[in-house]
Design a protein around this ligand. Sequence first.
Ligand code: ITT
Length: 192
Amino acid sequence: MRKIIFATNNAHKLSEVQAVLGDAFELITLRECGITEDIPETAPTLEGNALQKARYVYEKTGADCFADDTGLEVDALGGAPGVHSARYATDGHDFAANNRLLLKNLEGVENRSAHFRTVIALILDGEEYLFEGRVEGVIATEESGCGGFGYDPLFVPSGEIITFAEMSAEAKNAISHRGRAVAELVKFLKQR
Ligand code: ITT
């Protein structure tokens, strides 16, 4: 089984991606390769951050690796929180505070359309590749569900009447931004 490092500290993401990858690839975690520090994410775009994380791991390990960066882009907020999705309300990854702030900023707003966008940067045999996945939807007026993470309790994907947090992991992965980006990654890896 081919090994590949997934540069994330987010356990939810790790299990989502492993489910989509199946058993064709073994995901190695940052902890398993001795990287315990926070990897800088200081670029102004999702593409830049994904590349920054992947390059950091490649420089430390010389091994095949990939990283993703995801943003929730809300039309009525000019694409915010976007690249700042993790630190929208506070300096940390406070999902509850982020959701509260999003609801506050959309109070009384009729156009609640939004999308999640994921960019994956892969470094394979020293070459860099980018993959993207996105899912359209709307921001609900209150939180529902306790699955998933982040903005999932507020995001209702197009064609559905429930939030990502109310879906099973399989149902979310089948249509999600990350699921789609990982599917592109897997298609590419399987061709190699
Ligand atoms: P790593 O950088 O360690 O991979 P992270 O939690 O910072 O993990 P991202 O930068 O990719 O993850 O995502 C930024 C934020 O966007 C994340 O903290 C969540 O608030 C939100 N987010 C990402 N993917 C999501 C998803 O599938 N569902 C809901 N919210 C998500």
